[in-house]
Design a protein around this ligand. Sequence first.
Ligand SMILES: [Zn+2]
Length: 273
Amino acid sequence: MPVPNTLPPLFDTHAHLDEPSLLADQHGILELARTHGLVGILTIGTTLASSRHSIELAASEELIYAAVGIHPNYVSQTQETDWPEIERIAESPRVVAIGETGLDHYWKHTPIDQQIDYFERHLALSARLGKPFIVHCRDADDDVLRVLERQARTGPLEGVMHSFCGREEMARQCVDWGMMISFSGMLSFKRNDELRHIARSIPRDRILIETDSPYLAPIPFRGKRNQPAYVKHTAEVLATTLDLSYAEICALTTANALRFLHLPPLESPGTAP
Ligand SMILES: [Zn+2]
């Protein structure tokens, strides 16, 4: 008989489980995730191959859900035939979101026009399938806002600014368009008072948490390999930041994640079977 899980529930809304460092230890990573109370992990596609891999992981493990897409830094390596295939596999029932997409001026791996073209394709696909989109934004706030503003003319935006580290006005604008703001381990870094200030300014029903693992490990694991279980530490910092209890933050962010991804809400403990 399974032991009822009485831990506060956590949902890691952004992980790259197909990265070799996580894949090599998949069993251990999922074990630790469960013992920390995780009820869901969204694994994110960055190329066609990685998107296919995400679906395989989601199909093999109840805890895992998939997002498919082409990361802006990989657009220049993408074949012409990859996009129709992304559109096709995006219809898989295990795929609950589209991305990650967005713009990246930091690495400059792909000319910006190509990045914008693919960003817009993801937004259109997301709207067509009714599956939310995931935005990566690095040193590209103004260009990302321009693309989102065009899309917002067609209706509310069902998307998330992942691992948010932009300006407060950007967060407010995205929230006004209907979007979610997701905080990663960066929320725990000492110098990021501004980010914690922004977290306090966001309506509570728009807040998500994530690890972006294997990157961006929160304190006390900063600089080490990140993994979904560590979303707990971001939840703890968020609880202190918003002056809520840890259990309240877990309940809030997990309910937000499930609603955002169109997944059924958790049965509250004590409800009749
Ligand atoms: Zn990512």
